[in-house]
Ligand binder design. Structure first.
Ligand SMILES: [Cu+2]
Length: 361
């Protein structure tokens, strides 16, 4: 080996090293580029130290005359949201979520780790023990019945061990809702969400992303907070139906282990079950156009009495109660947000749109 060979090898090694460093550093650099304001936001949200917004200010629902009082949950109730630098699943707040989370962390991860380590050890053994220098005369062995049976049976057993909880999880996710479950219909629009309540008079709540400044003012995470949340009762199965008004969207809330496509011309259905009162954030998870990144989902889970009060504040009818006069229904909401500066419906993002920072598609 002459000097040129060695130099070339060293150079190759250095290039690989720099590439690896660059790959590792890139996400950190990107994070460092966020504005101090954005950093302050995440700190605020993480600590929830910001004073809760005035209830009247946060309330964007127009209460029907004589309706029971309803106030939206404050930021201290935020439970399902991404955390800076997080690599794990979000904390789960539904039975299916717990099951899937445990299966991932206590079954799949250990198996993956063990297999990876085993393969690594085998590779290193081959590289260092059976190279030409250490082991000049190679073995001529071509069969070993015991080893062949082991490396066939053991993977089969591993797959069976994975298959049982995996199929259980699948069937749990597709379990249909009980007959008396409350139905909530989610419609994806370009680019906002509509939540309608067919069991409660059929009114529809239109939900837009809050402008960043307004979200921070309310102590909520920017780009995840919405002007009108999807309010649901806690501790009961909800028959959530999704459909798309224009293109395919996807209704996804990670902390509730829920993701369902919203497809034009058809209804998809899945059970949503929220264990604890709180606010859970999600996002549209199907590329749906220019403002795909700006149609967050905010689910507010509240006890049944509070949910009924909310229904009343929307002019809807409480399930099982005597229907009120149709005239009492609140007028259908405009697709435009009631919050000043919130992105309106159907507008493509223009340069210098005040409400948003750079899209992260
Ligand atoms: Cu969408």
């Amino acid at each position: 080996m002459n000097f040129g060979d060695i130099a070339r090898k060293r150079l190759g090694f250095l290039i690989v090293l720099f590439a690896a460093l660059a790959l590792f550093a890139a996400p950190h650099m990107a994070m460092a580029q966020t504005t101090p304001e954005a950093d302050a936001q995440s700190v605020n949200v993480a600590n929830s130290n910001t004073p809760p917004p005035k209830e009247a200010e946060a309330s964007v629902t127009k209460a029907a005359p004589g309706a029971a009082a309803y106030t939206p949950l404050g930021p201290e109730w935020i439970k399902g949201q991404p955390t800076p630098g997080g690599i794990d699943f979000q904390k789960q707040y539904s039975p299916t979520g717990h099951y899937a989370y445990n299966m991932h962390n206590y079954l799949l991860l250990p198996i993956i780790t063990a297999i990876t380590l085993l393969v690594l050890i085998l590779l290193l053994t081959v590289i260092f023990r059976y190279n030409r220098r250490m082991h000049p005369v190679p073995s001529k062995t071509s069969h070993n019945t015991v080893i062949e049976i082991i490396w066939t049976v053991v993977p089969v057993l591993i797959l069976v061990v994975i298959a049982v909880p995996s199929i259980t999880l699948l069937s749990r996710q597709y379990k249909s809702a009980p007959k008396d479950a409350l139905t909530v219909k989610v419609t994806g629009y370009q680019w906002y969400w509509g939540y309608s309540y067919p069991d409660n008079g059929g009114f529809e709540v239109i939900s837009h992303m809050l402008p960043d400044a307004e979200a921070i003012k309310r102590g909520e995470p920017p780009q995840l907070a919405a002007d009108n949340r999807m309010v649901v009762p806690v501790g009961v199965p909800i028959r959530l139906q999704t459909t798309g008004a224009d293109v395919i969207h996807s209704f996804s809330v990670p902390s509730l282990w829920f993701k369902l496509d919203a497809v034009p011309g058809r209804i998809n259905e899945k059970v949503l079950f929220v264990e604890q009162p709180g606010i859970y954030y999600g996002q549209c998870s199907e590329l749906c156009g220019a403002r795909h990144g700006f149609m967050p989902i905010a689910v507010e889970a509240v006890p049944m009495e509070k949910f009924n009060a909310w229904i009343a504040s929307q002019g809807g009818t409480v399930k099982g109660a005597a229907p009120t006069q149709p005239a009492a229904l609140a007028p259908p909401q405009e697709p435009e947000s009631s919050v000043e500066g919130a992105p309106g419906a159907g507008q493509a993002p223009a340069a210098g749109t005040p409400a948003t920072s750079a899209p992260t598609v």
